[in-house]
Design a protein around this ligand. Structure first.
Ligand SMILES: Cc1cc2nc3c(=O)[nH]c(=O)nc-3n(C[C@H](O)[C@H](O)[C@H](O)COP(=O)(O)OP(=O)(O)OC[C@H]3O[C@@H](n4cnc5c(N)ncnc54)[C@H](O)[C@@H]3O)c2cc1C
Length: 333
């Protein structure tokens, strides 16, 4: 194990926050995991695209670089691909598309590693990772062995799983097996996909055409972390009761909504934040993105604590105006 000390984590998080880690090492072979000393707090790091660093990291950061894809099994209709957790998610999506396998094309261009895909059950354009995840294998720090979790063990929810709850900080995910469709079922129902496909003059639907459309939409809407530091959606879309929604409708006739079940409704957090006047707001080196109010940004040398404080103000104002408590999607270190 090659240990480094007092290194800056700035290159390792998409917010571009500059904090030091007291110890840092790279994991490129899963056998290394059993040798990691556990006398300090361990921080598992993938692409750093869903974290906000608010203070110097006192502990050992484990940068995941486990690589490789293997075909586990095949049937007439499906293929099971086991992907090592340090593979870049978008690269894996492109591999699947090249082979014509369906299931992950709507999740193209989401930053980060494959290993993080089950953690918050990544989702976009009407599709969630849980629909293709067959099982997840992880090194369990307490049990000191590899454990495999089936799809139902993972307790997937909206941007949620067992890995954000009972197993938080308990395991290092080493691989994820995805069950992909050899005969893709296209999902173009969400957002502007159909419009984009028309704009692209697509004659015949394919996983590649859908991914291309999604890449085009995402590139036009979301700030590129290479240019402006950010971690994508900072907040989750809140779920409220129907009664609460109907009450809000009386004074906010334009409020968008998506049914969750008979009794609950989901409301876009971006709309709520925008209504409170935050879109395009700047404060020091941080702010709320001008095109997408759900995204908090680092315009230069923002501290994680400044981004956190801004997020507190956003949470407070949405609570005061709508009586809705926003929950952060980003993991705070
Ligand atoms: C521009 C942009 C757009 C985005 N769009 C979306 C989107 O459309 N949908 C969506 O769902 N998300 C989106 N995200 C959020 C982010 O890309 C995902 O959450 C992604 O899965 C995070 O992967 P990562 O490897 O960067 O995780 P990291 O940020 O490195 O880690 C996130 C958390 O997971 C833990 N973790 C990471 N790897 C492991 C592991 N191997 N074992 C155990 N724990 C681990 C970390 O400790 C941390 O708590 C976006 C982010 C950005 C910057």
């Amino acid at each position: 194990m090659h240990l480094q000390h007092h290194i800056s984590l700035k290159p390792y998080n998409t917010f571009g926050i500059d904090v030091p880690a007291s110890a840092f090492t790279t994991i490129d072979n899963e056998n290394q995991l059993s040798e990691i000393p556990q006398n300090q707090k361990l921080y598992m790091l993938g692409g750093g695209s869903n974290i906000l660093l608010t203070q110097p990291i006192e502990g050992l950061v484990l940068l995941n670089r486990l690589k490789g894809i293997t075909t586990e099994k095949e049937s007439e209709d499906h293929v099971w691909l086991r992907v090592q957790s340090g593979e870049v998610w978008h690269w894996f999506v492109m591999q699947a598309i090249e082979k014509g396998y369906g299931g992950v094309e709507n999740l193209a261009l989401i930053p980060g590693t494959a290993g993080a895909s089950p953690i918050q059950n990544i989702g976009a354009y009407g599709v969630e990772a849980k629909e293709t995840i067959d099982e997840v294998t992880a090194w369990h720090w307490g049990e000191k062995k590899f454990v495999t979790y089936t799809n139902s063990d993972c307790k997937f929810g909206y941007r949620d799983s067992i890995f954000k709850n009972q197993l938080k900080d308990q395991v290092f995910i080493t691989s994820v097996t995805y069950k992909l469709n050899k005969v893709p079922k296209f999902n173009t129902s969400y957002g502007a996909i159909t419009e984009e496909l028309e704009k692209m003059h697509v004659q015949e639907l394919s996983v590649k055409a859908i991914a291309d459309a999604i890449i085009a939409i995402r590139s036009s809407k979301l700030p590129n972390p290479v240019v402006i530091g950010n971690a994508g959606s900072f907040f989750k879309n809140p779920t409220i009761t129907k009664a609460h929604y109907e009450e809000l409708l009386k004074t906010n006739s334009q409020i968008p909504s998506y049914p969750v079940n008979e009794t609950h409704i989901k409301v876009p957090a971006g709309w709520l934040i925008e209504q409170c006047g935050w879109k395009g707001y700047k404060e020091g080196h941080t702010g709320v993105h001008a095109k997408q109010a759900l995204v908090l940004v680092n315009y230069g040398n923002a501290k994680g604590s400044e981004v956190w404080q801004l997020s507190e103000k956003v949470v407070q104002s949405v609570k005061e105006r709508f009586g809705i408590e926003l929950e952060r999607e980003v993991q705070v270190w």
